[in-house]
Design a binder for this molecule. Structure first.
Ligand code: SF4
Ligand code: SF4
Length: 159
């Protein structure tokens, strides 16, 4: 069996997300870019086989972290940055949802003030499509399950 062409998969995904963001305006104005305060030690987890032009650190779990120093070429930013603070979660039947990433609840005003915000529906539609593409690949689907579990766990702490 041939390996999936991850490069094409991510090209397609990035094309679908395009320049879409949760709002139709720059949400960084709400929080002074709180999610882009990289310290060159931490960063964003890459999806399976996702490439990055940022430095990469391998985690004990085998996952890879794109190390962020607080600035990047926006067109090259990791998928996790493009979809923050939401995530395509998956249920036991493999159905995809788009949910707030509870791990970002304390950081991101889009989640803490969600009742007062008008979101961009195109972003959510695109992210759901992306989730469905990822769910077709074994490794990416496992990753969706793993992060869904983390998000649910954080959510239960917050509740
Ligand atoms: S923390 Fe939230 S509101 Fe602030 S820039 Fe990041 S995604 Fe936008
Ligand atoms: S990689 Fe870029 S978009 Fe992602 S957190 Fe760092 S500066 Fe922000």
């Amino acid at each position: 069996m041939t390996n999936p062409d991850y490069s094409s998969i991510y090209d397609k995904i990035f094309k679908i997300m395009g320049e879409l963001t949760p709002l139709t305006v720059d949400c960084g104005m709400l929080c002074n870019g709180a999610c882009c305060k990289g310290d060159s030690q931490t960063g964003m987890r890459l999806f399976p086989h996702e490439k990055s032009c940022l430095d990469i650190t391998e985690l004990e779990s085998g996952e890879r972290l794109a190390v962020c120093n607080g600035s990047c070429d926006r067109t090259e930013r990791p998928l996790a940055c493009r979809i923050f603070p939401f995530f395509p979660t998956i249920d036991e039947k493999g159905k995809i949802f788009v949910e707030p990433d509870s791990r970002a609840s304390r950081l991101c005003p889009l989640l803490s003030h969600s009742d007062e915000i008008v979101f961009n529906p195109k972003f959510f539609k695109a992210l759901k499509k992306v989730g469905k593409i990822l769910a077709k690949d074994d490794e990416c689907r496992e990753y969706l399950y793993k992060i869904t579990e983390e998000i649910d766990m954080y959510k239960s702490f917050l509740d």
